[in-house]
Design a binder for this molecule. Sequence first.
Ligand SMILES: Cc1ncc(COP(=O)(O)O)c(C=O)c1O
Length: 435
Amino acid sequence: MQLTNSLQNHWMPFTADRAFKADPRMLVRAEGMYYWNERGDRLIDSCAGLYTHAAGHCHPAIVAAIEQQARTLDYAMAFQFGHPASFELAARVAALTPGNLNRIFFVNSGSESVDTALKVALQYHKVRGQGQRTRFVGRERGYHGVNFGGTSLGGMVRNKESFGPGLTGVHHMRHTWRADQTFVKGQPPEGADLANDLERFVQSYGADTIAACIVEPIAGSGGVLVPPVGYLQRLREICDTYGILLIFDEVICGFGRTGAPFGSQAFNVTPDIMTMAKALTNGTVPMGAVAFDDRIYETISGAAPDNSVELFHGYTYSGHPLACAAGIASLNVYRDEGLFERANSIADKFLERVFSLKDISAVKDIRGYGMLAAIDIEPYGAAVRRGFELLRHCYENGMVLRVGTDTAVLAPALIANDDHLDEIVDHLRAALEQF
Ligand SMILES: Cc1ncc(COP(=O)(O)O)c(C=O)c1O
């Protein structure tokens, strides 16, 4: 493959940009569980793209659907016009969501899904005469993307410290990691009481000032923090008591990662709003979505005069035909290949292998649920140095690894077989034992 001879112009996202340009890692092809780089090396993908490729890379049925759509209708004006695929995909997504989360708004990314959810929460309260509900509650170590709403509600300091005050009226609950509960496979038994932080904000600011509380069912980018037993249920109770909307950010947890369609079903708690992206299109065409409870849609729609726009929000590419075709094809593949059930049935094997790394001295904690796990590594020198070395070691030896600071995250595609899981864990053991 012909590569450009200048790397200077592309300023890369969440990347050590100068370091990359001095020592690039260029992926040029992918299929199933593997990537190939420009040197021709095959690398196993331990993070399913970026939690995106539940069905693996370049699935032929999804590729064919995108090709076909590109030939038939490459775009339809998104405002005041429609095209069939977005309605079909919305119905398919609504069939997977729990409860009455049947109204699906399309966006182009997880970040946009979060900011959309927050804006609609504000409008919902406003049309009910509760426009004073403008506060939002997030959580430490939460990640909700990089737009201003998500940046403000997220709880990862590096993502916020350079970008000003963000939204006002934002509060953060404590995260759920506890030093006395390490190496827990699945849900930690203790910590449900941390949800009471939400009630403390009610007491400090008044229940009728809080619009919504947003959490990831499993905090992904913050290091795979699995909710303690009863924690999400307690959040739901507090939200119900005080009229606060509960938003689950399912951008990573959605589409089988937890062994259920969404984290909501895995943990048996139904939110009022759910954000999603990533595996919605098996990572092939950028797309996100927000699922709203019928009640939210009906309240907002019912308040608007006939023939008027009910929600002054949307994107040029909301419900883009290529993304919709990719989404429908992806959901077909997930159904036809039984991938959510498969995730559920292989999760124990996966977690067992990951937890087998516990004996390595550089490993400080391991957490995991479903097909998602994280390994904290003892840092040395500057934070991120060891994580970055781990990433490079794995890359040089045949694996693409996702690291956040000094935490390695594993989230293989749901098509992974025993050999793939062994290969991933063997790479990690070899790299970690080096330390
Ligand atoms: C929980 C969560 N929300 C939002 C986002 C942002 O998604 P995007 O990068 O598509 O904007 C992510 C991305 O990883 C995420 O994990």
